[in-house]
Design a protein around this ligand. Structure first.
Ligand code: UD1
Ligand code: CA
Length: 458
């Protein structure tokens, strides 16, 4: 059985924020959510978050994840004390293989592959995740004996001058046999420089009990970087984004500038995709072969078919487009937008819960909401679906081959039948018949001999 305990009780004073530190985001997600997502990849039997500062806010942020359990640590007497608070919630222990992993809510990017390696290293003993740093200042040091066996961890503040020279440091992350961990945590004390109960003291106790301590290392050093300030948050964000950009470049995606690219979720790309500078991808985005995304676009939960092009400054959310669509510049696709193949959505056009059929075009200045639009339809500039009466939303149906003249209002519910033409400036309140010209317009008149009023000179 596997428990994962995530420590998240700390104050995070250096963030200078009212928001608990672990709720600050990294790659668009709260740091604690990143840790929980990685933890889930190991299919643990329990995920227990130790909360303290901002406990209620933290629990509220994860209210939709009912399986997560919480242990309250109030006040905070150190990392060992924090894990002690979670002990009553741990499962397993009868089997020596039962394991408890300790993670940190402010070390957001530790990857599942690294955690799996830590679990492998734990087999038959205990495992700590360590790293060798050029400047180990501040970290707990890994003390090994002459034959290289890990003996203990000594905190920076408790270390001797000789121990300060050790460059192998404790990342904080460890995997321990569950029953033993309970036993060791009952035996630690706070006789140290910080007057805290150190989780790291369990390493020495393990060695005393003849349980070997193995060390595993992360694949990348950014995986174990902690966030204590906004500066570190920004640095880690850049490290992660650089990593995402490298991965996409390696897969064959062109990024106009890998340093001006932000992915806050997942991005799947076909072959020969081009992404210009300053784009933000959120949620789950899929781009088909040959898709081009112009500069400064936001795509959130979007799927674009092969050959589609998004021009500069477009904002797309929960939208899907088939092949060879053209979107933007300055287009806004809101949730429920569906574009069929070869559809065009131009500048200052907003779509919401609307399907635009194959080859149909809305090229300028329109709002199309709750609408079903057929194939080969032309939507003139300034067309508005009046879908909302202040209380209810109504549908507009525009059938195939319709031509909607400029500056038309479609007062829903209303249907424009196949092949109909609507004259410019029409306010359509009743269905328009197929293949006819329908318009609502005052007749144009000219007043003869009219003169413009002239300002009197005084
Ligand atoms: C800890 C390790 C140190 C390691 C370093 C890596 C101990 C004693 N030391 O030191 O060996 O090199 O991490 O960054 O474990 N927390 C609680 N409750 C507490 C104290 C801490 O939940 O009572 C949480 C904090 O919110 C934080 C994490 O535990 O997420 C680490 O705490 P921190 O005080 O930063 O530990 P360090 O002194 O840096
Ligand atoms: Ca720390």
């Amino acid at each position: 059985m596997l428990n994962i305990v995530i420590l998240a009780a700390g104050l995070g004073k250096r963030m200078q924020s009212d928001l608990p530190k672990v709720l600050h985001t990294l790659a668009g997600k709260p740091m604690l959510a990143q840790v929980i997502d990685s933890a889930r990849q190991l299919s643990p039997d329990r995920i227990i978050v130790v909360v303290g500062h901002g406990a209620e806010a933290v629990k509220k942020a994860f209210a939709d994840q009912a399986d997560i359990e919480y242990a309250l640590q109030q006040p905070q007497y150190g990392t060992g004390h924090a894990v002690q608070q979670a002990l009553p919630l741990l499962v397993g222990g009868d089997n020596p293989e039962d394991t408890t992993i300790v993670l940190y809510g402010d070390v957001p990017l530790v990857q599942p592959a690294t955690l799996k390696r830590l679990l492998d290293a734990r087999a038959g003993g205990m495992a700590v995740l360590t790293e060798t740093l050029q400047d180990p200042t501040g970290y707990g040091r890994i003390v090994r004996n002459a034959s290289g066996q890990v003996q203990s961890i000594v905190e920076h503040k408790d270390a001797t001058a000789e121990e300060h020279k050790i460059c192998e440091v404790n990342t904080g992350i460890l995997a321990a046999p569950t029953a033993k961990l309970k036993d060791w945590l009952a035996r630690i004390n706070n006789n140290n420089a910080q007057g805290e109960y150190y989780l790291t003291d369990t390493i020495g106790l393990s060695v005393q009990d003849n349980i070997p301590v193995n060390a595993a290392q992360p694949d990348a050093s950014w995986e174990t970087l902690g966030v204590n300030s906004r500066v570190q948050q920004a640095q880690l964000e850049r490290a992660w984004q650089a990593e995402q950009a490298q991965r996409l470049l390696t897969q064959g995606v062109t990024l106009a500038d890998p340093a001006r690219f932000d992915l806050r979720g997942t991005l799947e790309c076909g072959r020969d995709v081009f992404i210009d500078v300053g784009c933000v991808f959120e949620g789950d985005v899929k781009l088909g072969d040959g898709v081009r995304v112009g500069p400064h676009c936001v795509l959130r939960n979007v799927t674009l078919g092969a050959g589609s092009q998004v021009e500069a400054f477009s904002h797309l959310e929960q939208a899907t487009a088939a092949e060879n669509t053209k979107i933007g510049p300055y287009a806004r696709l809101r949730p429920g937008t569906e574009l069929a193949a070869h559809a065009h959505v131009g500048n200052f056009v907003e779509l919401k819960k609307t399907r635009l059929g194959e080859g149909s075009k809305a090229n300028h200045l329109s709002y199309l909401g709750d609408a079903e639009i057929g194939e080969r339809v032309n939507i003139g500039a300034g067309t508005i679906t009046c879908n909302y009466d202040g209380v209810n939303k109504f549908k507009t149906i525009i059938e195939d081959d319709v031509f909607v003249g400029s500056d038309t209002q479609l007062v829903a519910p209303v249907t424009v039948k196949k092949g109909a033409t609507l004259g410019a400036g029409t306010t359509l309140t009743k269905d328009a018949p197929a293949d006819q010209l329908t318009l609502s317009r005052n007749r144009q008149t000219t007043i003869e001999n009219w003169t413009r009023p002239v300002k009197k000179q005084d």
